[in-house]
Design a protein around this ligand. Structure first.
Ligand code: 4AD
Ligand code: MG
Length: 458
């Protein structure tokens, strides 16, 4: 018999016979003759109320069931006389699939996020995390759909790589050598699996650039890894990145695409995950709807790095870190721009070349590059992108300047030899987008099984 999802039960307009659902018990109230059992199957935030009564042959066993148990129920979907739901399922057949003992960790009370991280394998059974991971799934789908409709091709870039795209040295090395028992300086990587050093990718950009210069408009969307030892609420060691890359786009074209991308998808998530988003607006961030509406309805602010530094220096605000032209903006500086000053997303462009990677296009002033970061309220940087250096000589010079071993990048340089063309792209932190959409403050709470320094749950 075909199973009905609880989400579809709630969407019914008429009573229905022979409805068959399966799920886990969230709460239960028993009296002598009948029990009200709230079950959830993960398809929606709303539970389904099941009415089980003494006419069921296993009613004595049903009465003993605890929260967390897995059950299957067949019956009639009828209007509910009780408050809070339109429909309830009057059980005619009740199967106990898997009992849960009374020490089930998720009892009916609010648990802290910190506690729930210690039971990351069970937390998707709570309202909040069920909602989170439905939104996460919808977000991934909407991202693919956005690019698909614009005619972009989806490219799978490698996870194992020999190059450090960002040049920041935050690579996780992978090896099959027994390096634990070898003096680090003595390790002979020519004997390693690939015959040379190998790492987990920090970004698919360099690879996807090759496809922009052949298929035109492309994107990669996959896991990336950074051995950044910063224990902040917005950094994870494993996170997903969306990286579009477009031939014949300049920096402004890329900025416009990025802005449209964030606005369109925010709007779609608000419309298509309404119940789940509303939970976050009620219990996690009271400002959430205001923040999201601001994003969708207003053009983002655009300001050069030099202007931003000037604005911060003359703000009269005391920062923990001094604002220095030529240094990275700190989180507190970014927050001032988005949360206090402009009160909306801010696009900062033309950064000093000294604080950006080798591949960004050198501007005519010879000191800045055609880079852009998009900063958003609550989070800070959500997107980093740039126009790429397409001029062979300048690129080679920048590689040498930044200490890149050019012999490993001959393939990359080749793209600037054979029909080089202007191109641009950006990387969006998928988890940071989820934090923005839900108001959740810690990246650990938007990833199914987060990986952060000293934290590897399994
Ligand atoms: O600014 P990033 O380092 O840019 C790149 O990697 C470029 N190669 C992207 C490109 O142009 N194709 O990273 C891009 C975004 C950041 O803006 C941030 O949202 C996210 O990735 N990000 C992280 N998210 C979670 N945890 C971390 N440790 C992150 N590091 C970067
Ligand atoms: Mg960045």
């Amino acid at each position: 018999m075909k199973r009905t999802k609880i989400k579809d039960c709630h969407n019914q307009t008429q009573p229905l016979e022979n409805v068959f659902v399966k799920g886990w018990i969230r709460t239960k109230r028993d009296s002598k003759e009948f029990s009200f059992i709230e079950i959830n199957d993960g398809s929606s935030l709303k539970n389904l109320q099941v009415l089980a009564d003494a006419a069921l042959k296993n009613y004595d066993d049903i009465k003993k069931l605890a929260t967390g148990s897995a059950i299957a129920v067949k019956g009639k979907l009828v209007p509910s006389p009780g408050k809070g739901q339109q429909w309830e399922l009057s059980a005619q057949f009740f199967d106990i699939i898997g009992e849960s003992p009374s020490n089930y960790p998720l009892q009916k009370k609010r648990h802290t996020d910190e506690f729930l991280r210690t039971i990351a394998h069970l937390r998707p059974r709570t309202n909040k995390y069920g909602a989170m991971f439905r939104i996460r799934s919808e977000l991934a789908y909407r991202i693919h759909s956005f690019f698909h409709h614009k005619g972009f091709q989806y490219i799978h870039t490698p996870i194992i790589t020999g190059s450090d795209c960002e040049g920041a040295g935050e690579l996780f090395q992978i090896t099959t050598l027994d390096i634990a028992n070898t003096d680090k300086l003595q390790v002979d990587f020519s004997r390693d699996f690939f015959g040379k050093e190998a790492f987990l990718t920090v970004s698919g950009q360099l690879a996807v650039e090759m496809f922009a210069l052949s298929l035109g408009e492309v994107y990669t969307f996959g896991p990336t890894f950074r051995a950044e030892n910063s224990n902040t609420r917005r950094h994870a060691a494993e996170f997903w990145m969306v990286e579009p890359e477009m031939a014949f786009y300049d920096l402004n074209d890329t900025i416009s695409l990025a802005e449209q991308f964030i606005q369109t998808i925010t709007h779609e998530i608000m419309n298509n995950c309404f119940d789940d988003i509303e939970l976050f607006a009620r219990f996690v961030d009271k400002q959430l709807m205001h923040t999201l509406n601001t994003i969708v309805q207003n053009k983002f602010e655009r300001i050069s790095y030099t202007e931003a530094v000037h604005l911060l220096k003359t703000s009269g605000k005391q920062f923990d870190y001094e604002v220095i032209h030529g240094k990275d903006l700190q989180a507190e500086h970014e927050r001032y721009l988005t949360d206090d000053y402009f009160k909306k997303p801010v696009i900062v462009y033309n950064y000093p070349k000294t604080i950006k990677p080798f591949y960004m296009r050198l501007n005519d002033d010879q000191s800045t590059v055609a880079a852009m970061d998009i900063l958003v309220p609550n989070i800070g940087e959500i997107i980093g992108g740039s126009q790429r250096e397409e001029r062979y000589d300048i690129l080679l010079e920048r590689m040498k300047e930044t200490g890149i071993q050019t012999e490993n990048y001959s393939w990359y340089l080749d793209s600037r030899v054979y029909g080089s063309a202007p191109h641009s792209g950006f990387g969006l932190g998928f988890e940071r987008f989820l934090m923005l959409l839900t108001g959740v403050q810690n990246i650990r709470d938007v990833i199914p099984f987060p990986r952060t320094p000293k934290q590897l749950f399994f």
